[in-house]
Design a protein around this ligand. Structure first.
Ligand code: PLP
Length: 411
């Protein structure tokens, strides 16, 4: 008899996106003539910029010649990409990170899930609420979440840090000490950010309490405001307590190409069961060299191209395209008297549902009255109830059409 990891059975089916799909399909059957626009997806719609296509072609050609062919690469990633990342993402911001602290991956989601491999099942986990569901679900799989409470929303062993309009979406320090704290800024789903001073509070808390911060900076490229930190390492001593996750998915349209990286500082020490300090960098390196064979050479060459002057200009144009969508959507919704959050330094807009509508009720109305699909806030956690997420990743034409429908909406 082969036993399974029973924790997997604790996970309820992920109903959110299948429920959305079902509702949209029903609507389409009833209204085959309606042009439904999706502003619910977290995927990009713009194609890869030319500099990436050139880099991909050049790398493909290299693979066809004996002299330039590449087989297995370093599990941690090629030096050419690690060095570009260090220079452009960190040194340029006055942050001292070493190339050996950068681990290139096939995207942030894998690393956010896999990081649990090096962390004890006994650790207590805290998440902001609402939250990117991967943090919670991977801890359920890893046995750190306890059991699902009767409300079907909370896990008994997870500490929830509510983020609502009531606290301006700034999580309060926990009353109970967590070992591991997930922070995601700019935030998915709320589109809100933390200032340096606010982030410093968390770094100081983690330093005082020997906690580990897992900092997800997947949307860092969308920050416009100069006072908002792009990296947790902009805060003094953060290298002692934080691991940072980055992704090229939204920054440069790599959702299909797949590439990102994780920073595991050498200064970060964790503890073994005897209380001895262990290097997180060495542990993660051991994990990666054993279980991962690196990202393809071709994709890493494309990622490198993002950092060239032309590459930077081209991806910035795409980012501006999405942020222009965000601005237009935000203004239209505000003009209709809705309370809107996010959308300034992130491609997500977090709408307070009007008149106390539940997030699903708002979903139904937006679908049936405007033919627009978004994501109900409750799908991101209990504190998401009463909110709704729209994304700026749609096509400009669809965003403009949505706005015209919202402007004429009998709210
Ligand atoms: N982190 C957050 C907060 C996200 O919203 C997403 C994707 O939507 C990811 C990570 C996953 O990124 P990747 O495509 O690099 O796996």
């Amino acid at each position: 008899m082969v036993s399974i990891n029973d924790n997997y059975l604790k996970l309820p089916e992920s109903y959110l996106f299948s429920d959305i799909k079902k509702k949209v399909n029903t609507f389409k059957e009833l209204h085959p003539e309606a042009h439904v626009i999706s502003l619910g997806i977290g995927d990009v719609t713009r194609p890869l910029v030319p500099v990436l296509i050139e880099a991909l072609h050049a790398a493909v050609d290299e693979m066809g010649h004996t002299e330039t062919f590449r087989g297995y690469g370093p599990e941690q990633g090629y030096r050419f990409l690690q060095e570009k990342i260090v220079a452009c993402d960190f040194h340029a911001r006055g942050v001292d990170i070493d190339a050996d602290e950068i681990f290139i991956s096939d995207g942030a989601k894998s690393d956010l899930g896999n990081i649990g491999d090096i962390l004890s099942v006994k650790n207590r986990v805290a998440v902001t609420d609402p939250v990117y569901p991967v943090y919670v679900d991977t801890n359920v799989m890893g046995g750190r979440a306890g059991v699902l409470e009767r409300d079907g929303q909370h896990w008994s062993h997870i500490i929830y840090l509510p983020c609502t309009a009531g606290n301006h979406f700034i999580p309060e320090l926990p009353a109970e000490r967590p070992d591991i704290i997930y922070l995601c800024y700019p935030n998915n789903p709320t589109g809100t950010t933390l200032s340096k001073a606010e982030l410093k509070k968390w770094v100081d808390y983690a330093l005082e309490n020997d906690s580990l911060i897992l900092f997800d900076a997947a949307y860092e490229a969308f920050i416009h405001d100069e006072n908002i930190p792009h990296s947790i390492y902009e805060i003094e001593n953060a290298k002692k307590i934080a691991i940072e996750f980055r992704s090229f998915s939204k920054t440069a349209g790599f959702t299909g190409l797949r590439c990102g990286y994780t920073v595991v500082p050498k200064e970060l020490k964790l503890y073994n069961c005897s209380g001895e300090k262990i290097s997180a960098n060495k542990l993660w390196n051991r994990r990666q060299t054993t279980k991962f064979n690196g990202v393809s050479y071709i994709v890493q060459r494309a990622a490198e191209a993002i950092y060239s002057p032309v590459g930077r200009a081209q991806i910035q144009e795409s980012i501006e395209y999405y942020m222009n969508n965000a601005r237009l959507l935000k203004t239209a919704l505000q003009d209709r008297g809705l309370q809107i959050y996010g959308g300034d330094n992130a491609p997500y807009i977090w709408v307070k549902t009007p008149n106390g509508l539940s997030s699903w009720k708002f979903f139904d109305r937006l679908l049936y009255e405007c033919y627009i699909v978004g994501t109900p806030g409750i799908g991101f956690g209990p504190s998401g109830e009463g909110y709704f997420r729209l994304t700026a990743f749609g096509r400009y034409e669809d965003t403009i059409e949505s706005i015209s429908r919202i402007r004429n909406w009998d709210l």
